[in-house]
Design a protein around this ligand. Structure first.
Ligand SMILES: Nc1nc2c(c(=O)[nH]1)N[C@H]1C(S)=C(S)[C@@H](COP(=O)(O)O)O[C@H]1N2
Ligand SMILES: [Mo]
Length: 482
């Protein structure tokens, strides 16, 4: 029996590897008519009519052996489709999977992290497969964590949703939009329970905001630190639409004792050092939440928020490291004491030693940073004119200046390109020259209007947050006339 996928209402498709072998004396490919008939039988439209998708086929040279990769609803259908091959020789059918699915289904020893309570979770294998197909660099399949590849940053103002980096602490919850509500509780005059439709009927706002994971650049730290091994692609920009948080807060009415708003996600599970199950939760003081113009977003780049980015609703906290932008929101709770949850006080702190003492400071605004997206690392360039391009952003203040340096030369001011959005990265370019053949390093650094500038070297901290050291890209200059 074919399985019916509850979510799509359609048939769930399985992957099969097929091996067909025949006697060299009875090779059907040697008979022009039979060969042509088999080719036609394998044609994609013919296969499709039988509910089969041919994903790949190859003949092992000199072995009279054919391998097929097929997608189909059921094994019996595959066997029926292969009858012409069965008449010519043997047919073996193997139910199969993809590498992404095997890894994501827990090929690794660890049990999959739980989703809190009775919340259904999205098919982890599917999420991972999609990320790979979109060209994201997967760091962990379960829960899914993947970054944007730097070359993919090239071009547009925003990142297409499929290329936007994904950072999850738990399994992706799959929330039913019908039953879903945003509850507003705690120190409020009126408790609220808002459906998606209620939210759609509230005033809307659209903003272009860059999200960056506080761990972006962690993999470059020396000595290495624990945590997801992010290169420099745990950053992306999108246009978000939703309801300003203040609209909801004003309707609920904060009572006199309320000082913070707690954002609770639907996802959760076990975390080290905390009993029971922990939800993904973060708070902001009410003052900061109002000043930062927090958005409750349900649209990303004009599309419904994708599941992995927080469907049906997420917070967007402009300018802050993205840990503050809680996905899969279920509750806003107004509280009167500082929140001390795991992701607020155990993690997301800059922690370093100063004079034999451990000092900590919470991770808040994105530090100023420029990335070079063009040329790419190890690319062959020139000699002659050279265009260096990239993005730059800062949570503290708008980007004032980007400078680039070529092969150890002086800092040259780059041109800022395109529209300015307060909380979006800024494109920049510098047209210069690079004439001397051989290896060369390109570097770029940004300064913001608050006068903050990127450090030359890393500022190491125990969890590897906020590493905004100057980005360098090594290229090779070709010899003249090649
Ligand atoms: N509910 C929930 N919200 C979350 C997280 C999470 O694991 N669960 N991860 C946070 C972190 S650390 C980052 S960097 C961003 C990533 O957002 P994205 O996956 O849409 O890129 O979501 C934030 N919001
Ligand atoms: Mo993050």
């Amino acid at each position: 029996m074919a399985a019916v996928d509850a979510r799509t209402g359609g048939m769930s498709m399985g992957l099969f590897v097929v091996r067909h072998q025949h006697d060299p004396e009875r090779c059907p490919a040697g008979d022009p008519d039979l060969g042509a008939a088999l080719l036609n039988h394998l044609s994609r439209p013919t296969a499709k009519r039988q509910g089969i998708q041919v994903k790949g086929e190859a003949v092992v040279q000199g072995e009279h052996t054919l391998y097929l990769i097929l997608e189909a609803g059921e094994e019996d259908g595959v066997r029926r489709f292969l009858e012409p091959f069965a008449m010519a020789g043997s047919v073996d059918v193997y139910p199969a999977s993809t590498c992404a699915r095997v890894v994501a289904s827990g090929g690794c020893a660890a049990a999959p992290p739980a989703v809190d309570g009775e919340v259904a979770s999205m098919d982890a294998e599917e999420a991972c497969q999609r990320a790979i197909e979109a060209g994201l660099v997967v760091h962990r399949a379960h829960p899914l964590n993947c970054e944007t590849s730097i070359p993919a940053l090239l071009g547009g103002v925003v990142m297409p949703n499929a290329h936007f980096y994904v950072r999850n602490h738990f399994q992706i919850p799959d929330l039913d939009p019908e039953g879903w509500r945003l509850r507003v509780t705690g120190l409020v005059e009126r408790e609220l329970s808002l459906s998606l439709r209620d939210l759609h009927n509230l005033p809307t706002q659209t903003v272009v905001v860059t999200l960056e994971c506080a761990g972006n650049g962690r993999a470059l730290l020396d000595p290495p630190v624990e945590g997801e091994r992010w290169g420099l692609g745990a950053v992306s920009t999108a246009e978000w639409t939703g309801v300003p948080l203040v609209e909801v807060l004003d309707r609920a009415g904060a009572t006199a004792g309320a000082t913070e708003v707690l954002f609770r996600g639907a996802d959760g599970g076990e975390v080290e050092g905390r009993p029971g199950s922990t939800r993904f939760e973060r708070s902001l003081t009410l003052d900061i939440a109002r000043d930062a113009e927090v958005l409750l977003a349900y649209t990303m780049n004009g599309e419904a928020l994708p599941v992995q980015h927080g469907y049906p609703l997420r917070a967007i906290v402009p300018g802050w490291y993205a840990v503050a932008s809680v996905k899969w929101l279920t509750d806003l709770e107004l509280i009167g004491i500082p929140f001390r949850g795991h992701y607020q006080t155990d993690k997301y702190l800059y922690e370093r030693e100063e004079g034999g003492r451990v000092v900590t400071e919470p991770v808040t605004l994105q530090r100023v940073r420029a990335l070079i997206t063009e040329p790419r690392a190890d690319e062959e360039v020139g000699p002659g004119e050279l265009a260096i391009r990239g993005v730059a952003w800062s949570g503290t203040a708008p980007v004032a200046r980007v400078e680039a340096s070529v092969a150890g030369g002086p800092w040259l001011e780059a041109r800022l390109v395109g529209d300015r959005h307060r909380h979006s990265w800024q494109w920049w370019e510098l047209i210069t020259r690079l004439d001397c053949p051989g290896p060369a390093t390109l570097r770029a650094r940004a300064t913001d209007l608050a006068g903050r500038i990127q450090p030359e070297g890393q500022e190491w901290n125990r969890h590897g947050y906020g590493n905004n050291a100057v980005h360098g890209v090594d290229v090779v200059v070709r010899k003249e006339g090649r």
